[in-house]
Design a binder for this molecule. Structure first.
Ligand SMILES: O=c1ccn([C@@H]2O[C@H](COP(=O)(O)OP(=O)(O)O[C@H]3O[C@H](CO)[C@H](O)[C@H](O)[C@H]3O)[C@@H](O)[C@H]2O)c(=O)[nH]1
Length: 543
């Protein structure tokens, strides 16, 4: 009787467990359907296959920033991650959390945003996630001030800390504790991160080597562990050092003049070696020239901490009255009163008198309005020359590089399948394929392999036009209607004299070309500055 009862109860239990199992299975089926549905939603990214990016931001200068905050996954202006509900988390599919409800649909692009998004990476991300093909057109996202979104670690299932030295490490917070769930695996990483102040790098080289290089190695380690081998990296024109010939082509000799530049140079070499050892790596090294401007909405722009190192943030702070004057480095001429302080008109006057007008006109006819050969600058009165590029053009450059990365991948995949299915012996199920076909595919394979073996590519992202500091200041004065008082000074240690890009390779291979000129750069810079004179901060919290 007991046995019988036991039997009955067992079978009841069995029944229950069977029905539970069925329930679970059907739940799984539903989940699977949901997943499938979601994956259909996620199918397109600018007409491409489902892609997940991990964007690591941002380029920083370390000044007045506690070291433990400098972990690259740090979220600036982060608000309390617990403020949103579990339900929100689900609906975000563990991707990233934007405070504004209307932005959640962006998640269907399955973008993974990590870290402190800043000047370059933030516009780049708006470009990446913008459904429209024209990045410069303001979208709903562009209306949202950078400070208004929150990065929420709880919605993310990977917690990367790329800082290695144990003194900087928090407990349970190192590269070996990285947990990236497969269901949310990344297809590519856009690596914007790093410390970037030239002067600071001269003073604190070890910090720069540790942060930029060791951090990158850690990132590569994590990527390998999760079988993600596609990367877009923010390199810099600084790797050209003091170029002997301009414009700089991607094949120009490399020679960085300061520790910051050397970190970029070494990282490039590390990537090249990684690719040589494992051709599965597909890497785009983007050598930025001088990014300026702001998002055209005026809501996202550059807001350095402390005294700006770069030209245009300094100029904009002078324009809004936060700094009394701009120090122009790399000048050795005298001012009227001998104080070294003058105004742009005066400099233009001097310049106009100095430069023989006919010669200028001839050079302009020959080389375009801004692109002069290096000799021209050397033999005429001028100051340091750079290739300033609008940050939105730079963003487009990243999109172009990502597109290229995935194009290359498509070819790679198609290739392996094609080759495997025709190789005799490997494919007994396809004996009907003739020898001729085999040869054909093999030839195809060799050709394509040759093509894809160039999996670590470098591209200049510049405009191809050299502009002097004073020309830039004059353009900003015109755009803003503000006077920028100047103080003339000697060259900064580590500064190059003249650097501008050859953009032929990017135009040819990435199908990318900068669209904006100096006027638009200054217009957008001023739009951002006038709307946000204190950047993302407040007068009392900003110095
Ligand atoms: O207060 C300032 C700041 C800058 N400059 C001058 O303005 C030009 C541009 O200087 P930035 O500091 O804005 O830019 P750099 O060319 O020194 O460096 C920038 O461009 C490099 C590539 O050329 C790297 O990408 C680097 O990361 C990035 O900061 C230089 O001639 C510099 O001497 C001034 O005259 N006064």
């Amino acid at each position: 009787m007991t046995d019988e009862m036991d039997e009955q109860s067992v079978s009841a239990e069995e029944c229950e467990s069977n029905s539970k199992e069925e329930e679970l299975q059907s739940e799984e089926r539903i989940n699977l359907k949901e997943e499938q549905k979601q994956s259909v939603l996620c199918r397109t990214w600018r007409g491409r296959e489902e892609v997940q990016f991990c964007a690591l931001g941002a380029e920083l200068q370390s000044e007045e920033r506690p070291l433990d905050e400098m972990i690259w996954m740090n979220a600036r202006n982060k608000t309390d991650p617990c403020q949103h509900s579990e339900k929100d988390e689900e609906s975000l599919m563990g991707a990233f959390h934007w405070r504004e409800d209307e932005l959640v649909d962006l998640v269907k692009y399955k973008g993974k945003v990590r870290g402190a998004l800043e000047f370059i990476d933030c516009p780049a991300l708006t470009t990446l996630f913008q459904p429209s093909a024209t990045s410069s057109r303001p979208s709903r996202l562009s209306e949202i001030a950078f400070r208004s979104y929150a990065f929420c670690p709880r919605t993310c299932d990977c917690n990367l800390d790329l800082q290695t030295p144990s003194i900087y490490k928090k407990q349970n917070h190192n590269v070996h504790s990285v947990n990236v769930q497969n269901k949310n695996r990344f297809d590519a990483v856009v690596h914007f991160t790093g410390l970037k102040a030239v002067g600071e790098s001269v003073a604190k080289p070890l910090l720069y080597y540790s942060n930029n290089i060791v951090g990158t190695l850690n990132l590569l380690e994590v990527m390998v562990a999760h079988d993600c081998k596609k990367l877009v990296f923010s390199s810099s024109a600084t790797v050209y050092g003091q170029p002997k010939e301009i414009p700089c082509t991607e094949d120009s000799p490399l020679c960085a003049l300061n520790p910051y530049g050397r970190t970029k140079l070494f990282i490039e070499e590390i990537f090249r070696d990684a690719h040589r050892a494992d051709p599965e790596w597909k890497i785009m090294l983007l050598r930025y020239f001088n990014p300026v401007g702001a998002h055209p909405s005026g809501t996202i722009g550059e807001d350095p901490r402390g005294i700006p190192n770069n030209l245009m943030p300094f100029v904009q702070q002078v324009a809004v009255g936060r700094r009394p004057e701009l120090t122009v480095f790399g000048t050795d001429y005298k001012t009227k009163d001998g104080t070294g302080i003058c105004e742009v008109e005066f400099i233009w006057e001097l310049k106009a008198n100095y430069i023989e007008p006919q010669r200028r006109a001839k050079a302009q006819r020959k080389h375009g309005s801004f692109g002069f050969p290096i000799e021209y600058y050397r033999t005429t009165w001028t100051n340091e020359v750079r290739d300033y590029i609008h940050v939105m053009d730079l963003s487009d450059g990243h999109v172009a590089a990502l597109c290229k990365l995935f194009e290359t991948n498509d070819i790679d995949c198609g290739l392996c399948l094609g080759a495997a299915s025709v190789r005799p012996g490997n494919t007994p199920d396809t004996p009907e394929l003739s020898r001729k076909w085999h040869d054909h595919f093999l030839a195809f394979l060799i050709f394509r392999c040759h093509f894809i073996s160039r999996g670590c590519e470098v591209y200049n992202l510049g405009t191809g036009r050299g502009i002097s500091v004073l020309e830039m200041v004059a353009a900003f004065e015109k755009a803003s209607g503000k006077k920028i008082p100047l103080k003339l000074a000697d060259r900064r240690p580590g500064d190059s004299e003249i650097v501008y890009a050859s953009t032929e390779k990017a135009e040819r291979e990435l199908n990318w070309k900068a669209q904006y000129g100096v006027e638009e750069m200054c217009r957008d810079q001023w739009n951002w500055a006038s709307k946000n004179p204190w950047g993302y901060g407040l007068p009392e919290t900003t110095d």
